[in-house]
Design a protein around this ligand. Structure first.
Ligand SMILES: NC(=O)c1ccc[n+]([C@@H]2O[C@H](COP(=O)([O-])OP(=O)(O)OC[C@H]3O[C@@H](n4cnc5c(N)ncnc54)[C@H](OP(=O)(O)O)[C@@H]3O)[C@@H](O)[C@H]2O)c1
Length: 295
């Protein structure tokens, strides 16, 4: 698989978003989830995105991290090559979602994530969401302390606008290596954050990278047309477009089935022609899609 950089790591340009292996009400059984993880790793995936809150509620925080750790332990390949990117800064009271960006929470959460992952230091620790009740500089300041204390090696931010990204870059310096925001063929309102990530030399991990691909928007239709020309799935073409869109992109499509991550992983080695990229670029936005964060 072709690779890209996230800070000090050279990783496959298509990773695995592990969220739905734990978050979905009808999540797969443990053995099936492990089979999906193993299929991803066998296909060359070397970055896995998880979070402490990928679970059903607060009683099982770390569910997805433990699943990822277990799948890495039982995989026949070299798990040392795999970057696990986790997140802290949210809570799941009663199954809902709540902000939790206080420094003391982040200090405890990162240590709990390291235990769940079975590692001494977390490779990439991402602040999941800005907490509106905590100055952003204070939350990211806690992440700087976590790097300096050896609990995490590098830091990412998520769900940020350009101002918050700049605040994080100012506080974290070269400890900051990535930004994770929504971005897909249909949902491109994250473009300013993507371009700022490029300027700062950060990796950009588009989340929900397949959003809208199966819909009726003009961009989805253009993607499906290109996919048909290439004889590949619309999802693979959509991921290849994301990779062509910016050299900072490392895609993290979600999968609960081995078949879908195998298909998505092949996007890393799929080239669209310049004309095909332009056709998807130039298709108009679907007026029915959100133009900013849905939350
Ligand atoms: N930072 C944040 O706040 C945040 C928020 C949301 C998500 N994320 C991260 O982003 C990751 C991806 O987002 P997501 O999983 O919600 O959405 P997504 O990647 O856009 O879509 C996942 C869906 O696409 C299907 N799929 C994937 N590859 C496919 C293929 N090649 N062919 C056909 N279907 C395919 C999957 O099917 P199957 O399930 O059937 O395999 C699943 O239903 C998450 O897992 C999580 O790690 C982060």
């Amino acid at each position: 698989m072709r690779t890209r950089r996230i800070g000090p790591w050279q990783v496959g340009s298509v990773g695995l978003g592990a969220m739905h292996l734990s978050s979905r009400p009808d999540r797969p059984a443990h053995a099936d989830a492990a089979a999906t993880m193993h299929a991803a790793l066998d296909a060359g995936v070397t970055v896995v995105d998880t979070a402490d809150v990928y679970c059903h509620d607060d009683t099982e925080i770390g569910h997805n991290e433990r699943l990822v750790a277990d799948a890495l332990r039982t995989w026949s390949g070299d798990a040392g090559e795999v970057l696990v990117a986790t997140k802290g800064g949210l809570a799941r009271p009663g199954g809902g979602w709540d902000f939790c960006g206080r420094p003391e929470h982040l200090h405890a959460a990162a240590r709990a994530s390291a235990r769940a992952l079975g590692v001494e230091a977390i490779g990439l620790y991402q602040l999941h969401w800005p907490d509106p009740s905590v100055p952003y500089a204070e939350s990211v300041g806690a992440l700087a302390e976590l790097v300096d204390a050896g609990v995490v090696r590098t830091v990412g931010v998520s769900n940020v606008d350009v101002a918050k990204l700049d605040t994080a870059a100012g506080v974290l310096g070269d400890r900051l290596v990535s930004v994770q925001n929504p971005f897909s063929v249909e949902d491109r309102w994250g473009e300013p954050m993507l371009r700022r990530a490029e300027e700062l030399g950060l990796a950009f991990l588009p989340y929900t990278p397949l959003a809208g691909v199966a819909g009726d928007g003009a961009r989805a239709l253009a993607t499906r047309e290109v996919a048909a020309e290439l004889g590949v799935s619309p999802q693979r073409a959509a991921l290849a477009w994301l990779l062509a869109h910016s050299p900072a992109v490392v895609a993290i499509p979600g999968s609960t089935r081995p078949e879908s991550i195998r298909d998505s992983a092949a996007a890393a080695d799929l080239d669209l022609s310049a004309e095909q990229v332009r056709r998807i670029d130039d298709a108009p936005a679907d007026p029915a899609r959100p133009t900013t964060f849905a939350h």
